[in-house]
Design a protein around this ligand. Structure first.
Ligand code: UD1
Length: 349
């Protein structure tokens, strides 16, 4: 079986590292399986892309479409055209995509139109906010996918509610596999405790001047130091708005995966608008304050590990007191760290 994997943005490198390793192990053991990795080039800075390939030992992509940044439609369209050429040239048995980025959507659309089966890892997630480009990407990708790999039962139930029952498999979350595999190599941040870890990069926050200003104001007033690795989108927005870090807030350049795990292990709590970091905070036993108006990881809110506060400084300030206590219980709602193997066993039938 020949798999063509499409990745392009930072969180996808982490997820693909897991499944790609299982594929290579099975191929090395004599299995009839191979993988061709296509990088769309959605993320292109060294700190947003290459460092993940180096650190996580992800094979060099066979092709890089070098699409870069752009308007939603322009960026996605260029990716579809490039992926289509790859699919026509290499005729894989299956296309594999991860998560909810424009690279995910482009891969799924290109393959399904060529009648190539689509496998979607992290299927069934919903924020119910179609103003997020990621929500549109999730819905469309799920509805054209042949294999839908869900991280949780909740995600499978959501697919059922949308009439998707065939090809749905609850396999757990590949980010659990990643964390368990790489944790021993986490890079210690070498900074005094206590500190909080924050990230902000959602378009809904960075592209809304009022929200961005309110979030930075709240973080500046936090009771403990806050360290924030800065996504280039956020750096550009700060520059545009003349925002610089003040008070408790310290901004640092984007960090690698091993640096991020190190920060997660040592921080007191997490503040974020990222999807993946909400889960990683939980897996590392930290409470998470989510700087959005909703989350697709609703299980975390239900079990009291996550609070949704939006961009309101008073709500953020109130949640910071709550967030300082570590989690006392961490039921394994996202699986047992064997999601990669479970995905391969379904695909190879
Ligand atoms: C994308 C995903 C988002 C994911 C995030 C992880 C979509 C719609 N969104 O958002 O779900 O959480 O990746 O980081 O696919 N830029 C650089 N260098 C880079 C990459 C981006 O400077 O290597 C800057 C550019 O100014 C660009 C902006 O960041 O315009 C946004 O990049 P883009 O890939 O369009 O979306 P993200 O915000 O990264």
């Amino acid at each position: 079986m020949e798999i063509l994997t499409v990745i392009g943005a930072r969180p996808q490198f982490v997820k693909a590292a897991v499944v790609s390793r299982v594929i290579r192990d099975q191929a090395a053991a004599g299995g009839d399986i191979g993988e061709r990795i296509v990088h769309t080039g959605q993320h292109y800075d060294h700190g947003m892309s290459k460092v993940f390939f180096e650190e996580m030992a992800i094979p060099e992509p066979s092709a890089n479409l070098a699409v870069g940044s752009g308007m939603q439609g322009e960026q996605t369209a260029e990716m579809i055209a490039g992926i289509e050429r790859e699919l026509v040239a290499h005729k894989p048995d299956l296309l594999l995509v991860y998560g909810d980025t424009n690279s995910t959507l482009a891969g799924a659309l290109a393959a399904t139109k060529l009648h190539i089966p689509v496998a979607h890892v992290e299927a069934g997630l919903r924020s119910f906010d179609r103003r997020m480009p990621e929500e549109v990407n999730r819905i469309v990708t799920d509805h054209v996918s042949d294999f839908l790999f869900c991280p949780s039962q909740q995600a499978a139930s959501q697919l059922a509610a949308e009439g998707i029952e065939r090809g749905v498999h609850v396999v757990g979350d590949v980010m659990v596999d990643a964390l368990e595999y790489y944790r021993a190599r986490a890079i210690d941040p070498a900074r005094p405790a206590p500190f909080a870890l924050a990230t902000v990069h959602r378009a809904g926050n960075t592209d809304d001047p009022q929200r961005l200003a309110a979030i930075f104001e709240a973080l500046a007033a936090a009771p403990t130091p806050v360290v924030m690795p800065i996504h280039p989108r956020t750096a550009a927005a700060m520059e545009r708005q003349g925002i610089s870090p003040r008070g408790s807030l310290e901004c640092i350049p984007p960090v690698s995966y091993l640096q991020m795990i190190g920060l997660l292990e040592r921080c007191e709590y997490v503040l974020t608008d990222s999807g993946g970091l909400q889960k990683e905070a939980y897996l590392c036993g930290k409470r998470c304050v989510t700087l959005r108006d909703q989350t697709e990881w609703i299980e975390l809110v239900d079990i009291g590990a996550n609070r949704i506060v939006g961009a309101d400084p008073a709500a953020i300030a109130a949640a910071l007191e709550w967030a300082r206590a570590p989690l006392t219980e961490q039921p394994r709602i996202y699986g047992d760290g064997q999601a990669g193997a479970a995905i391969l066993s379904v695909l190879r039938g």
